[in-house]
Write a protein that binds this ligand. Structure first.
Ligand code: ASP
Length: 348
């Protein structure tokens, strides 16, 4: 049996982003803010953390989150595994919010242990009134150090809410409540410093055993009204090994686009997602040319409830170990089946 230490050890990895961003002279004057603070400085700004956990810090990257690559995340996941092997109770990752919905999901796919990985950040940088980074970091450490969070996988803690990585999205460009889970809502929250988990999700059937080498490029294209998607002709020529299409509504594209998409789907995996931001692509309702039934019958692979950016993460990681189109199809089917498993209430 694993005895939890009385003061849990938590490792905080900083990757940059707004939570780490100041101006060159420490304030926002001049040329604007950029990621300049490392994990030590971010942690030192929150004295309340000392009463929650014994913290170790790792300044892993100092970049805007748009510069994070999947290779960075594979390296981070390896480093997190080493820390878990070394006995830390949980991990917090601080980073920019722009890509938190993808990075947290990638970590969820790459790590399979029971101990929590909590990703957080800030919408207001440390030079602003009401900066939210310290409160988000405190809540993230409270979750990461809590026995309650065991088995959650990777989550995003923001604005005192706990979001499953598979559902969370950045839904606003500046609001401190930007991180939401439109399809499912938060799975818990932090109240009076206590981590409260009210929904436990089935663990993902991850098809990924850890990328062994190169992570191939995957394109993401969004359909819009009147577009003939001429860019489809460039996908293979640009070196993409797969494509995610964010289609209209339930998974629809203009009829005139179908031949190009169908042709592409014979050579590389083409995933069909919805651009709506919530819900899942349908599979058997509409029958017109360009409908979800038409596209799936022509070889496109339904993304299920995954939005375009998350489907792209899954496809990229699957393609790093498996290039066969039918294997990719099975991986997406297995993944969605695992998510359809019953959601049980905590304690069951
Ligand atoms: N605006 C972003 C943030 O919230 C910048 C980034 O994602 O790095 O941190």
């Amino acid at each position: 049996m694993n005895e939890r230490p009385r003061t849990p050890r938590v490792t905080v990895f900083s990757l940059g982003g707004t939570i780490a961003a100041t101006g060159a002279g420490g304030d926002a004057q001049g040329d604007g803010v950029s990621p300049r603070l490392g994990a030590d400085e971010i942690v030192d700004a929150v004295p309340q953390l000392g009463g929650v956990a014994e913290l170790e810090t790792v300044a892993f990257r100092q970049i805007p989150s748009g510069d994070i690559t999947l290779a960075d995340l594979v390296e981070l996941a390896d480093e997190i595994s080493r820390r878990f092997d070394d006995g830390v109770a949980g991990v917090v990752v601080t980073q920019g919010t722009d890509t938190i919905e993808e990075t947290s999901f990638a970590l969820d796919l790459l790590l399979h242990g029971e101990r929590p990985v909590v990703v957080t950040g800030a919408m207001r940088n440390p030079t602003m009134a009401g900066a939210d980074g310290p409160a988000n970091l405190l809540a993230a450490v409270q979750v990461a150090s809590s026995a309650e969070a065991s088995g959650l996988g990777a989550v995003v803690v923001f604005d005192d809410e706990i979001h499953a990585a598979r559902f969370v999205r950045k839904t606003h460009s500046s609001s401190t409540g930007a991180l939401r889970s439109p399809s499912a809502g938060p799975i818990g929250w932090v109240s009076e410093g206590r981590c409260r988990v009210v929904l436990r999700l089935a663990r993902l059937a991850s098809p990924v055993v850890g990328p062994t080498g190169v992570i191939p490029s995957v394109a993401l294209l969004t359909v819009s009204v009147g577009d003939d998607m001429a860019l489809l002709a460039q996908v293979e020529a640009s070196g993409y090994a797969g494509l995610v299409v964010e289609a209209f509504g339930a998974g629809h594209v203009p009829a005139r686009v179908v031949p190009r998409l169908a042709d592409l789907a014979t050579r590389i995996p083409v995933i069909l997602a919805t651009r709506t931001g919530a819900g899942e692509v349908l599979q058997g309702t509409y029958g017109f040319p360009g409908s979800e039934r038409d596209l799936i019958s022509r070889g496109l692979i339904p993304a299920g409830f995954l939005d375009g950016p998350k489907a792209r993460v899954l496809l990229s990681l699957v393609l790093s170990v498996e290039s066969d189109i039918d294997a990719v199809r099975s991986a997406f089917a297995n993944f969605n089946a695992s998510v359809g498993a019953p959601i049980t209430s905590h304690g069951s």
